[in-house]
Design a protein around this ligand. Sequence first.
Ligand SMILES: C[S@@+](CC[C@H](N)C(=O)[O-])C[C@H]1O[C@@H](n2cnc3c(N)ncnc32)[C@H](O)[C@@H]1O
Length: 221
Amino acid sequence: MKSEPPQAAIAASPLRGRSPYAAIAPRLPQGETLTAAALLAQPRAELELEIGPGRGTFLFERAAACPGVGLIGVEVRLKWATLVDDRLKSEGLGDRCRVFAEDMRVALPRFADGLFRRIFIHFPDPWWKKRHAKRRLASAEPMAECVRVLARGGELFVQTDVEEAVTRYRGALDTLEALAPNGDTAGEPWLAHNPYNARSPREYRAMRDGLPIHRLRYVRR
Ligand SMILES: C[S@@+](CC[C@H](N)C(=O)[O-])C[C@H]1O[C@@H](n2cnc3c(N)ncnc32)[C@H](O)[C@@H]1O
């Protein structure tokens, strides 16, 4: 069952800030339960979701690596959602790849059950200050919503160079019975490498700076 967007999340959303992009940012279409047909002009059998794509490198590389896949990005920063969505269109990918300017805590409850085959969360939660802790996605409610929109057998991939963050994600994901760890070793979620033939901007930066990258993968039972 779909759940309502949490009111506290809406109140705390960075989307509330003023931005010159507010009038033109691509927003999710109207409607209660969004399906692939509502999101994409040419929906594909497999749909993937990136939460917080930022400058969008992963989406472009993933689109090139998997021509048969549809891609949706949900990015809370109006500027990056607008610029990346515009570039997807100008590169001829807009029929199967879109970025919407939305807070994932508000957007996910609007997606249909089991809509996505894969969900990617790359280098999330740049909220270090205690007073910003409520914005973090690594908590039970947003992760349970990720599970709801994941298809059976679908994958949830999280990577970060921040050990504290990966510990928080693992803690939140391990409590969800609908997920099974799906890493390199049976019964463990850890992956040594990113297997998706596409990298995010922060992933490139972490690799260039020689930072360790912690990667988790779970599969929907
Ligand atoms: C540290 S940046 C990483 C960007 C990109 N994923 C990468 O790996 O380079 C985190 C991204 O998540 C976005 N973000 C944070 N909270 C979000 C939320 N609640 N909904 C959607 N996007 C969010 C930020 O705006 C930012 O683009």
